[in-house]
Design a protein around this ligand. Structure first.
Ligand SMILES: NC(=O)c1ccc[n+]([C@@H]2O[C@H](COP(=O)([O-])OP(=O)(O)OC[C@H]3O[C@@H](n4cnc5c(N)ncnc54)[C@H](OP(=O)(O)O)[C@@H]3O)[C@@H](O)[C@H]2O)c1
Length: 286
């Protein structure tokens, strides 16, 4: 039995779908009635940030997926509980920037605890794997989806900032391998997509997929940051994101590693493939 936290979210939902045909899967969620997971997945109510609510979900489990947003500050307590209840294997979703200073990790300002999840599994005394992915390709939808649905002009900061976006489906496949295969045990694995791409190039590739002439307009960081805050993003989060972009203006952040291909036994999906498969998400409704 494999227990998943965070399985109603982007990565966990893909992971549950990867595992369900071949393994017993139990999902723990705060909202079981609206979980909407595939038939065959057992859904149990619980809040990973309150470990006491996980006892029923963890009883009888062999392996646990520790989602760094879902468990938050409770990562170590959740792993300790899993160990006490006889779970043998823990696999963490962490992040490529997990060893950066904590105040330079923008996602911490939204409550994500990648460092704690990574540490909790590595010091658990159980069989463990920690996957440390670079940015998800899906961030392109969050950053630019609204503008692209509205027209062909994309205004954003740091046109030349480069990183190696990773297809969420490949990350889910890598997590499934980590939960079920023994060769990966005891490793922190840095995963990236196959190519380093600038903001401008990602927008161009989305335009190719959409068959539309998207135009990238670089805007200065300060007014853009003010606009993001006015649009509802927390100020410290926006500031940390701008610092990250500025720090990597001239050298790519997280250049490609061969780990994902080695782990999956096939080349990872490209950003162009991701864009082609998400055309509908960039098209205006109606
Ligand atoms: N985006 C990136 O580029 C990137 C790159 C590397 C690493 N990461 C890490 O990956 C994680 C995000 O993965 P994702 O996109 O799959 O997340 P997601 O879609 O936001 O899903 C997270 C799930 O966790 C649970 N959850 C969220 N907030 C919670 C809270 N305050 N208390 C308890 N449970 C909560 C929810 O489950 P229920 O509502 O069912 O309880 C939710 O479905 C983050 O930790 C992030 O730092 C992201």
């Amino acid at each position: 039995m494999i227990v998943l936290t965070g399985a109603t979210g982007l990565i966990g939902r893909l992971l549950a779908a990867e595992l369900v045909g071949s393994h017993e899967v139990r999902v723990v969620t705060r909202s079981p009635r609206t979980a909407g997971l595939p038939a065959g997945v057992e859904v149990v109510e619980g809040d990973p940030q309150r470990p006491g609510t996980l006892v029923d979900a963890l009883r009888g489990a062999d392996a646990l997926f520790l989602h760094s947003r879902a468990v938050g500050d409770a990562a170590h307590d959740v792993v300790a509980l899993a160990r006490d209840l006889g779970v043998c294997r823990v696999v963490a979703l962490a992040a490529a920037n997990v060893d950066d200073p904590l105040d330079a990790q923008p996602s911490r300002l939204r409550g994500d605890r990648n460092k704690e999840a990574d540490d909790a599994v590595a010091t658990s005394g159980l069989d463990w794997v920690s996957l440390r992915p670079s940015s998800f390709a899906g961030n392109a939808l969050t950053a630019w989806g609204g503008q692209i649905r509205a027209g062909n002009d994309v205004r954003y900061v740091y046109a030349g900032f480069e990183e190696s976006p990773l297809d969420e489906r490949d990350l889910a496949a890598a997590l499934a391998e980590s939960l079920t295969r023994d060769e990966l045990l005891g490793r922190r694995i840095d995963l990236t997509g196959p190519e380093s791409l600038s903001h401008r190039e990602m927008v161009r590739q989305i335009g190719v997929a959409l068959r539309r002439p998207l135009r990238f307009h670089e805007v200065p960081a300060e007014p853009a940051a003010r606009g993001m805050v006015a649009g509802g993003l927390p100020e410290p989060f926006v500031a940390a994101m701008m610092t990250r972009y500025a720090a990597h203006r001239t050298r790519p952040q997280f250049p490609p590693t061969p780990e994902l291909e080695k782990l999956l036994g096939r080349p990872p999906r490209t950003f162009a493939e991701w864009a082609t498969d998400h055309v509908a998400d960039f098209e205006a409704a109606g």
